[in-house]
Design a protein around this ligand. Structure first.
Ligand code: AMP
Length: 269
């Protein structure tokens, strides 16, 4: 495994255009990340994993500072997985100009997370755009846990770069809670409540799939979840193909964002 602390050095040493799969992460690796890496290893000759906690996608500086970081543990995991290349670039190298830090999105896309975390996806698109421009991997692997993120990356960057985007399924604990780096910030009690929330939404999804008129229960479900966590930011049902509200029993997806204290969790079913 070769560790690069600079994108430039990586570009000089590695022929990325040859069948390389790229897995961008913010570190604190868990089984969700590991499944993306395994998908890349299956499909590609070489796998590159980046670890970069991107400041421009945090709308609160305290959230950026408190984001869990575990570099030594991450490197051990990556070594064990026999990842070929790891990129840990500096903020200074990623962003040569302030302009690169954000890509504007249209008002029609300011829904779900992008409505409640202004500037977040602008920052995500900024960093992914810098990476794809420089790295030119054949494939990039992203998790459906961040469904809106994949949607916007495909929409705004999909045609700009040679890299093909592969979306991978959400990995969950047996008890249904989705793996997330932010789970590290939760107490045991809140993890239990998180599991309960996942179960409630999964059941709601099942009920809608059996009887579509059940979508009318959304406010009840939202109230139920509100009683379990500190605050529900949104609970919405949208069309998984365009994220609009024209839903039917074949295209609907339930999206949720909620808080335990300052810790914000998202999921979709
Ligand atoms: P992050 O480190 O949180 O920026 O995530 C890096 C990548 O891992 C993103 O493409 C995420 O969607 C993906 N990811 C995070 N959690 C999961 C999960 N539980 N299952 C599958 N992919 C995930």
């Amino acid at each position: 495994m070769i560790i690069f602390k600079s994108i430039n050095k990586l570009k000089k040493k590695v022929n990325i255009k040859a069948n390389v799969g790229f897995v961008p992460t913010m570190g604190s690796l868990h089984k969700g990340h590991i499944s993306l890496i395994q998908s890349s290893k299956k499909k590609c000759t070489k796998t590159l994993v980046s670890i970069f906690v991107n400041p421009s996608q945090f709308n609160k500086s305290t959230d950026f500072r408190k984001y869990p970081r575990n570099l030594n543990k991450d490197l051990k995991i990556l070594k064990k997985l026999k990842v070929d290349y790891v990129l840990i670039p500096s903020i200074k190298e990623v962003y040569k100009t302030k302009k690169q830090m954000r890509i504007k999105i249209n008002n029609e896309d300011k829904i779900l997370c992008s409505k409640y975390r202004p500037g977040h996806f602008e920052g995500v698109l900024g960093v992914i755009s810098v990476f794809l421009e420089n790295i030119k991997a054949k494939y990039m692997f992203l998790g459906n846990k961040d469904f809106q993120q994949i949607f916007l990356i495909k929409k705004y960057l999909g045609n700009k770069f040679i890299t093909k985007i592969i979306d991978c399924k959400t990995i969950r604990l047996k008890n249904l809670l989705a793996y997330s780096s932010r789970n590290n910030l939760l107490s045991k009690k809140n993890i239990k409540y998180g599991i309960l929330i996942s179960k409630i939404i999964k059941k709601f999804h099942y009920q809608i799939s059996k009887d579509f008129s059940k979508i009318k229960d959304i406010e009840n479900i939202k109230n139920k979840i509100s009683g379990i966590c500190s605050r529900v930011e949104y609970l919405e049902i949208r069309n998984k193909n365009n994220l609009k509200k024209n839903i039917n029993k074949n295209n609907f997806k339930i999206f949720v964002a909620y808080y335990f204290g300052n810790v914000r969790l998202i999921d979709n079913f």
